[in-house]
Ligand binder design. Structure first.
Ligand code: PMV
Length: 358
């Protein structure tokens, strides 16, 4: 598919240098993206809440060079990280046809995460979003482009090429990624913002209860690929597109129970798809199931609208509105803490999206 934005490059021997920095949050999908085709194009629309506390800070210092090749240094948490560096080099190579400056500039990149790297929290969404914002910012500085909605859209497009779910981290609040016949302006190429939501959802918490910090036995990339031969794939894509529409209407109405039910149904569907892939695999751990049972029993007994979702991993994301915060805190301490790995909980909330640092 043709690149939908203008392409900018420096003149030969043009000397430039500068520094940019962005903080970008992670996001949690309520309707999941699972299955893709082509160049990181989703097989269904997905909808997520952008978070705030789980974020990546990335600074890029740039200087022109005459090599016409990707050239970077990369420090993660202040330490050289060759594995991450080579991922970034591949990514820059990959987008260089769209953004030739990535070969005309040398980049010194420094990145830190607000959450522990070994916590089991995927950092690809926030880290690819932060790099993409920095690159879009460098381009807009060098070519005097406005930092408007097109600027964010382009950053979302670029982030998508690094990690699909990262495309949704560039936009605060609620975002949808994936073309949908009933959602105006929706696109497979970048995420869009959803504005029309009830105020209760601006107060939402996502407490991430770490069940295991071990590396996943099956990566997201391998998981997406297994959807290609999954016999339930097509009904699943239809279901997800239907659920996005249902969810948009729930988000308008403010029905927190309907919201939570849909979130749990999606989490269970995602993991069921993994369990019926060929080969099948399980990412939930015993502690995940123990917590699911506890959450459902507590909710049935108390009526408190606390629900869970899961990413492609064993950790529980506890979703609830702010007005039940104190009850939920007691519930976590009394009933869920025992199943966490060393009591690690990352307390997050729905957030406003990227923040410029430099
Ligand atoms: O962006 P990826 O390729 O890491 O895929 C992420 C998929 C899920 O996190 C499981 C769901 C989603 O929509 O974020």
């Amino acid at each position: 598919m043709a690149y939908p934005y203008d392409i900018y490059q420096l003149n030969e021997n043009q000397e430039v240098e500068g520094k940019v920095g962005w903080r970008c949050p992670s996001n949690i999908a309520i309707v999941k993206y699972w299955g893709k085709h082509g160049q990181q194009l989703p097989n269904n629309a997905s909808l997520s809440f952008t978070l705030s506390n789980a974020h990546t800070d990335t600074y890029i210092s740039y200087k022109s060079h005459s090599k016409n090749a990707v050239s970077i240094s990369f420090l993660f948490e202040g330490i050289e990280n060759p594995a991450f560096a080579s991922k970034i080099e591949k990514y820059l190579e990959n987008i260089s046809a769209h953004m030739p400056i990535v070969k005309q500039l040398h980049f010194d990149i420094e990145s830190t995460n607000s959450f522990p790297h070994s916590s089991g929290i995927a950092s690809s969404a926030s880290s690819m979003a932060a790099i993409s914002m920095c690159l879009s910012n460098i381009e807009s500085d060098l070519f005097s482009l406005p930092q408007d909605t097109k600027f964010i859209e382009k950053a979302s497009y670029l982030a998508r090429l690094g990690s699909g779910s990262a495309s949704r981290s560039l936009i605060g609040g609620v975002s949808v990624w994936g073309e949908h016949s009933e959602i105006a302006a929706s696109s497979n190429l970048h995420a869009i913002k959803i504005n029309d939501t009830h105020e209760v959802f601006n107060t939402y918490h996502d407490d991430i209860l770490i069940v295991s910090a071990h590396e996943k036995p099956v990566s997201s990339t391998a998981g997406h690929a297994l959807m290609n031969n999954n016999v339930y794939a097509n009904p699943r894509y239809e279901q997800a597109n239907k659920r996005v529409i249902e969810l948009l209407s729930i988000l308008k109405s403010g029905d927190v129970h309907a919201f939570g039910k849909l979130a749990e149904d999606e989490a269970m569907t995602l993991h069921a798809l993994m369990m019926c892939s060929d080969p099948s695999y399980v990412l939930m751990e015993p502690g995940t199931l123990d917590m699911i049972r506890e959450i459902r029993a507590y909710r049935a007994a108390s009526g408190v609208p606390v629900f869970f979702t899961l990413d492609a991993g064993p950790n529980i994301h506890l979703l609830y509105p702010d007005d039940v915060k104190s009850e939920v805190e007691i519930f976590i301490n009394n009933s869920l803490m025992q199943y966490t790995a060393k009591g690690v909980i990352i307390k997050d909330k729905i957030g406003n999206g990227p923040q410029k640092l430099v």
